[in-house]
Design a protein around this ligand. Structure first.
Ligand code: MTE
Ligand code: MO
Length: 249
């Protein structure tokens, strides 16, 4: 992985039109003020919604005719393309980190688990939304099978794509990890996930904004802290543009 200097990454983001946020969050004092506001938002959101409050689910006729792809929409890697063309026969999802029983699951394993189907609205901070029907096992099933250790505080998602030369990743706390609508989706609107939407597996974390929903997930890792991962802010956009780690909606 090429570790681009932060400044050139920010220049890249600025070119994408997010310059105001990047500059504000460059400033340490401002960053800690945002952090305090974020913690308050998390406390209020959790209190109002309840730990397991459900995101709204929609009827089938509310589904958007097309569900756009955003961020990475293709993975140019030859192995990925070969797997995509043949239905990902050799793809494995790793469940690792602070677990008693590490797992390496095939797509067939994932499809054989009890499934949840949910029609939800995806909200991207860039200003668009779409409603889609997602199917897959609850993350809780995988975490229980892997026997997550009590020291784990967060679940990290490692993705197969790179943006600006960095691997995309995200992280959530255990409340969201065990939330009933947090699923590892392998299907969108009744079809295998298209490449642009994160084939073969992507997260749905329905009470969080779009950037938390990691696509192209190759590993799920239980950790005590995400300080030593990436730039330490808990996710790709958190690292490069100062997006909030807690993106509860
Ligand atoms: N691996 C990975 N996951 C990702 C992204 C990405 O670029 N790479 N983009 C995020 C953002 S900002 C959004 S809005 C959604 C977009 O999901 P979609 O492409 O299915 O619309 O994926 C999120 N997860
Ligand atoms: Mo987004």
């Amino acid at each position: 992985m090429v570790d681009l200097p932060r400044r050139s990454l920010l220049a890249g983001i600025a070119a994408l039109g997010a310059s105001a946020c990047s500059r504000i969050n460059d400033h340490e004092t401002t960053r800690s003020l945002f952090k305090a506001a974020e913690d308050a938002h998390r406390a209020v959101h959790r209190a109002l919604a309840g730990k397991q409050g459900l995101a709204r689910e929609y009827a089938r006729d509310a589904r958007s005719p097309t569900f756009r792809g955003n961020g990475s929409v293709t993975i140019p890697d030859p192995y990925y393309q070969q797997q995509l063309a043949s239905g990902f026969p050799d793809w494995r999802l790793a469940v690792t980190g602070l677990v008693e029983q590490p797992l390496a699951l095939s797509l067939a394993d994932i499809r054989a688990l009890p499934q949840r189907t949910q029609i939800t609205r995806h909200d991207c901070v860039e200003g668009w939304s779409a409603i889609g029907e997602w199917q897959g096992p609850q993350l809780a099933r995988l975490l229980d099978a892997a026997k997550v250790r009590p020291e784990a505080n967060f679940i990290v998602f490692r993705c197969a794509d790179t943006l600006f030369g960095r691997e995309y990743y995200e992280s959530i706390d255990m409340v969201d990890a065990y939330h009933p609508q947090t699923i590892i989706a392998h299907a969108l609107n009744g079809e295998p996930l298209p490449e642009k939407n994160g084939a073969p597996l992507r997260m749905r974390i329905e009470r969080q904004l779009g950037y938390k929903h990691a696509k192209y997930v190759k590993a799920i890792e239980a950790v005590a802290s995400f300080e030593d991962i990436g730039q330490g802010q808990g996710g790709f956009w958190e690292d490069v543009a100062g997006y909030q780690w807690y993106a509860g909606i």
